[in-house]
Design a binder for this molecule. Sequence first.
Ligand SMILES: [Zn+2]
Ligand SMILES: [Zn+2]
Length: 273
Amino acid sequence: MSETFFRSTTQVTDSRATSMIRAARAASGALVNLVLPPVCRLCNDPVNDGEDFCRSCELALCHSRPTMRHRCPRCAMPRPSLGSPEAADCGHCREEAWIFDRIAALWAYRDRVCEAVVAAKYPHHAALGDALGRRLAAVVVEECSDRMPDAVTFVPSYLTRRMSRGGTGTSVIASAVARQIGRPCQALLRANRPIAKQAWLDDDERKRNVQGAFSAKRRYAFSRSPEPRNRHILVVDDVLTTGATANEVAGVLLGTGVNRVSLAVVARAIRSR
Ligand SMILES: [Zn+2]
Ligand SMILES: [Zn+2]
């Protein structure tokens, strides 16, 4: 039996098996929907098949989306009006010495978005984290159209916090982003110590709070690429406040030899200076 025939026979068998698995999944999905009708991933109200959120949650979550479409690509703060996309024009980040490339941000951190972000930190809300990740992926595709990331990673939590929550919510969001954009999701970073909540601190304290708090988890993960020094890594986090954490993890990744780090966050905290 020739190798070509064997390969083509295997492919036919594989495609038949794939079709059967798809059919079984579709059937089981219909059965599950019959027994457990789909519900909003945030408030548990009934939704139509295939919808993540009820109309009320969808409107509340996406309320800031038009504003966030016109944001500074460097700090993700919304611009007051349509204008030049040059970061130099942004009063919020003009003086920041950030080393990451850009930030893709989905929503402003307020109202129901805060509820969604907090809920998605817990493993029993993994379906919500997955939905947030899929929404965020669409923004990543827009933001990184010139060069898509080669791999996706996430800002890790310290062990004790992971244990108290039962997991790392950002990893679920990052996995969904990676799946949507067709790139691997790799746990590249480690939290070296507990980190106080950034929201409680002023700008200088935030920088000190995250200084040295992260390190590269698996250096060998970088060397798997044929061009380890020419990789673009996307770091996923749930909320961006000042950019101190983003800058710190970007520094760790750039220190391993990658040449470009971008950020993707579900929500951007908006504050006036
Ligand atoms: Zn809802
Ligand atoms: Zn800016």
